[in-house]
Design a binder for this molecule. Sequence first.
Ligand code: TYM
Length: 327
Amino acid sequence: MSIIFSGIQPSGELTLGNYLGALRNFSKMQDGNECYYCVVNQHAITVPQEPAMLHERTRQLAAIYLAAGLDPQKATLFVQSEVPEHVQLGWIMTTLSYVGELERMTQYKDKAAKRGDSIPAGLLAYPPLMAADILLYQTNLVPVGDDQKQHMEITRDLAQRFNRLYGEVFTIPDILLGQDGTRVMSLQEPTKKMSKSDENRTATVYLLDAPKDIEKKIKRAQTDSDNAVRYDVQAKPGISNLMDIFAAVTDKSHETIEREYADKGYGTFKKDVADAVVSVLEPIQQRYEEMIGAPELDEILTQGAEKARAKAAVTYEKVLHAIGLYR
Ligand code: TYM
């Protein structure tokens, strides 16, 4: 049995990338493992958020976790700000981090570049808070998309640094990447990752998009002009991205897809990709509609926070003793 932890920020509408890269792997782990899944709302405020919207999206994200198959009897689902040990250990991890290593993070560089001269310090301190999320639970495995590799590396570094300085307190976690769909790219600029914060809504399939919009977006996805369904990320990033998506939702290999579409053009292929994506997302959307208004959702989050807190407090107590922060 392994301890699993992962989190998603309620910073925008969830995308097909979030689903294929992370979310769909969460429920696969819940049998036979001890799982903690978190709505990381304190990470979301590292860039400005509108309060009412943040509040609403936090609840929506919790409903999406459940709609995507999380069973609160098996996995612990909770909101980060309801377990204060996250920011408490986050501060300690910040004190162990070097400005240089934090400045090298790609996600920091990308987000900081959009903020001109007013870069929030929280953007820089984002990885130590993420490390705290993970380390509090003595996590073995972290299911995330490929873009979180760097953050996982620094989490491991910080855990090792702490253990070296203060004694063995933390388990060193490993990243768990899915098979396909670990890096879903933008439909309009297929060399860039699909992102919640992309201003161009046609570049992104959102989890709650209406089926007709999903179809429209996939049909209009950028491809090339040679009309051959062939996997080649360098020369054919658009088609390769659609092949990755198709492989992820149908479990077909790239070779099978190439064979099946050898004498068919992009039109047929795109239609089939859209149908396959819709058939995966539609049931999630239906369950989401049932969950979002349900009073049980609050109960699940309250109980989840209690369970998470009980576990987190044990590690945090050890940390306080290890570093002398006790009376
Ligand atoms: P966030 O909210 O940006 O994304 C949530 C998850 O979705 C994955 N993901 C993708 N996977 C494939 N293709 C894409 N285009 C794509 N876009 C996003 C991300 O890899 C992630 O797994 N730092 C994290 C949140 C976090 C966290 C944690 C994760 C905070 N604390 C502790 C794990 C453990 C983030 O920005 O996720």
